[in-house]
Design a protein around this ligand. Structure first.
Ligand code: AMP
Ligand code: GLY
Length: 421
């Protein structure tokens, strides 16, 4: 099979790395990819927002399966376009992607089908939202409806913060039309976990659970980022909880979307808060998580091609998915200054000094004209390692991270520290 992975992050490198291990794969392409994917696949220099160019490339290279990483092309309808052109593609349609691209759609779906989530109200009028917010107890959560590159959610501890978030979204339109509607909801207290599942429209097969770290600095200080690391599995998330999430959240969500006329095929990502009243949905994503994927796929025993094809063909019920017992920890190495402004073009050294069984998934990297791998983004690498326990995986990953160098490199030192035994 010829396979095309769409995207350029460490998530897409991890997908390409896992797909490369399949005996079913002949040619592997990544669009646009990075220096890491260039070593195991052919990069195609195409933007993930240029859907017609991606479809032409898929035709040209006789792609038997396209795998979409990020949410923006999904929300723009890449799956619908590929399907129209007869290109097999893994990911939800534009309509099904609304579960991520519209938080209002997701909230209304959850309320209609009794899927546990935070109590909240939807507003399309700024004065009404403001009046409601004035009376809401603290802390309170303000969410812009649409995609806002991870910046659309504010958990506010003060009225000022909450009003500022609301004004930014609805009055000053910081996220454009994504802030035309907002949700104001209660703040849930508990432990956060991500449970991702493969879904073929009917069958739902959960992956192993994972946790990610969103803040830039140790001890969850500093600004929110696209993710600074992660691990799998979190110990608190035992089998019964996973079954509860499967029965009360994942299966009902997939059934609900089918009933609403938008059957869901792809990865359904449930961002959860495990509260004293049980697991509740914080958000759904319509794709693999980043950095969750980098710590989940190393634990996958089964051929990923087999699973993805089964999803596309609606035959997931026939696949037995196996997972390694080992734990996985992933640490993101970022450019100094990220998520605010940072420099790029710094040479990365030491990549060839990491242990053979340690994985280095590239994100913001490229190969400069002299053949040197240089930094090319905020999040540069995810270094991941497996171990018998989280502690062992953690030790291994932190033994390897310092062997890699680039100027002004920054990473968190406390990824998975809470899980140490
Ligand atoms: P989202 O983009 O919806 O995942 O929100 C980003 C982050 O905000 C989540 O990962 C949570 O840490 C936090 N969050 C979102 N909704 C809530 C809520 N209702 N209660 C507490 N924290 C929340
Ligand atoms: N790790 C969060 C996300 O992928 O959205």
């Amino acid at each position: 099979m010829n396979i095309l992975v769409i995207g350029s992050g460490a998530r897409e490198h991890a997908l390409a790395w896992k797909l490369r291990q399949s005996p079913q794969v002949s040619q592997l392409f990544v669009a646009p990819g990075n220096a890491g994917t260039a070593a195991i696949a052919t990069n195609l220099p195409l933007s993930t927002s240029d859907l017609p160019a991606l479809a032409s490339a898929a035709q040209e290279h006789k792609i038997d399966l396209a795998v979409v990483g990020p949410e923006a092309p999904l929300a723009a309808g890449i799956v619908d376009l590929f399907q129209e052109q007869g290109i097999p593609v893994f990911g939800p349609t534009q309509a099904a992607t609304r579960i991520e691209s519209s938080k209002v759609f997701a909230k209304e779906l959850m309320l209609k089908y009794n899927i546990p989530c935070a109590r909240g109200e939807v507003f399309d009028s700024y004065p009404e939202a403001r009046a409601y917010l004035q009376k809401h107890p603290l802390p309170v959560v303000v969410k812009a409806d649409g995609l806002a590159a991870g910046k659309g959610v504010t958990v506010a501890n003060t009225k000022e913060e909450a009003l500022e978030a609301l004004s930014s979204a609805m009055e000053r339109r910081a996220f454009g039309t994504a802030g035309d509607r907002v949700i104001i909801e209660e703040c849930l207290i508990g432990r956060e976990v991500s449970l991702l599942a493969f879904a073929d429209g009917e069958t739902v097969a959960p992956m192993v659970p994972a946790c990610d770290y969103k803040r830039a600095l140790d001890a969850d200080q500093g600004p929110n980022t696209g993710g600074m690391g992660g691990y799998s599995p979190p110990r608190f998330f035992h089998k019964n909880l996973a079954m509860e999430v499967q029965e009360r959240i994942l299966v009902p969500a997939v059934r609900a979307l089918a009933r609403e006329g938008s059957p869901y095929r792809g990865v359904l990502y449930a961002g959860l808060m495990v509260t004293k009243d049980g697991p509740q949905v914080l958000e759904f994503n319509a794709r693999f998580g980043d950095p969750e994927t980098q710590v989940i796929l190393p634990r996958l025993k089964t051929d990923l091609v087999e699973i993805l094809v089964a999803v596309v063909e609606g035959k997931l019920h026939g696949v037995k998915i196996g997972w390694h017992e080992e734990a996985c920890v992933g640490v993101v190495m970022a450019s100094g200054g990220y998520p605010a402004s940072y420099e790029t073009g710094h040479p990365i050294s030491g990549l060839d000094t990491v242990d053979e069984d340690t994985m280095v998934f590239h994100a913001g990297t490229k190969i400069d004209p002299s053949g040197q791998v240089v930094t090319d983004g905020g999040r540069v690498l995810t270094v991941a390692a497996l171990g018998q326990t989280i502690s062992q995986a953690r030790k291994k990953v932190y033994a390897n991270v310092p062997r890699i160098h680039f100027p002004r490199c920054h990473y968190r030192g406390d990824i998975a520290a809470l899980e140490e035994d």
